[in-house]
Design a protein around this ligand. Structure first.
Ligand SMILES: Nc1ncnc2c1ncn2[C@@H]1O[C@H](COP(=O)(O)OP(=O)(O)OP(=O)(O)O)[C@@H](O)[C@H]1O
Length: 261
């Protein structure tokens, strides 16, 4: 991918350290995310990649470091703040309601956007109904975008794995996120499914201007679609830069790229 021009730094992580008991999972990690870029985090299993996403969306609170979001410095992100800032994520293990349809699962992603409470929905039925129709419209747009019209009524538990991952992406998109955190969206997929998912990630970034933070083990995909890549290795930060810079970094070659995963 050619180097693209980006907007300002929207998320800046400085000196982040995170421990669980005696185990240091992240050790003095610093990198930033620019508006509109595809930013990948790579590293071997257990390197701390998912923990890093959990720091960004406020699930984990680092013992050291600073997180600056849109110029505002904080020691940690809170879950509700992250959600309010438009930070949405998908999970390594699919976290959908298996008995519910594709449509209903994606609809749950609208929760944050829904103004009417359950009580208000009961009392002011007309207003709530109008809101419901608007949400439904947005969800239908996402279903069209992800080309999953054929499975809109199917319970997701019956869908093949690759399709479930796509529905999960749809649910995250329903929140109309500013930053989308994708935790191994292509894990367990065949080549064709990976190509489809890569295309959707690129299209989301391109068409909606969504900033993407991606964890992915497939190096071909990462080097192909990322603007910048940060490399973690058992809590340490090994490298940070464009795919070309990272690929030619000797520490990375020694510690990671030379090893198959
Ligand atoms: N809540 C937690 N409590 C204790 N240890 C944790 C917790 N979350 C993560 N860890 C540990 O932190 C380390 C890093 O895990 P993490 O899931 O962040 O790595 P990862 O790079 O995403 O790995 P993978 O590629 O296997 O998903 C692991 O040793 C993991 O067991």
């Amino acid at each position: 991918m050619n180097e693209r021009n980006f907007g300002e730094v929207i998320l800046d992580l400085k000196g982040i350290s995170l421990s669980f008991g005696a185990m240091r999972v992240l050790n003095n990690i610093s990198f930033n995310v620019r508006q509109g870029e595809i930013r990948s985090i790579i590293g071997p299993n257990g390197a701390g990649k998912s923990s890093m996403l959990n720091v960004i969306n406020g699930v984990y609170h680092p013992q050291e470091g600073e997180i600056t979001f849109r110029g505002e410095v904080r020691k940690e992100m809170k879950v509700h703040e992250a959600a309010g800032f438009g930070i949405a994520r998908t999970f390594q293990n699919i976290a959908l309601f298996k008995g519910m349809s594709t449509l209903d699962n994606i609809m749950t992603g609208r929760n944050l956007k829904m103004k009417s409470s359950m009580l208000a929905q009961a009392i002011y039925w007309g207003k709530a109904q109008k809101e419901e129709i608007e949400h439904r419209k947005k969800v239908e747009e996402i279903i069209d975008f992800l080309e999953i019209q054929a499975i809109r009524k199917t319970p997701v538990g019956r869908l093949p794995y690759g399709m479930q991952k796509r529905v999960e992406l749809g649910r995250a998109l329903a929140a109309e996120p500013e930053i989308l955190l994708l935790d191994e969206p292509m894990a367990g997929m065949n080549v064709e499914e990976k190509e489809d998912m890569s295309r959707f990630v690129l299209d989301i970034n391109d068409e909606f201007g969504t900033t993407i933070v991606l964890i992915e083990h497939d190096m071909g995909v990462v080097m192909d679609i990322s603007d910048r890549v940060v490399v973690l290795d058992y809590g340490r930060q090994l490298a940070d830069g464009t795919p070309d810079v990272v690929r030619s970094n000797q520490d990375v070659i020694d510690a990671y790229l030379g090893v198959s995963h």
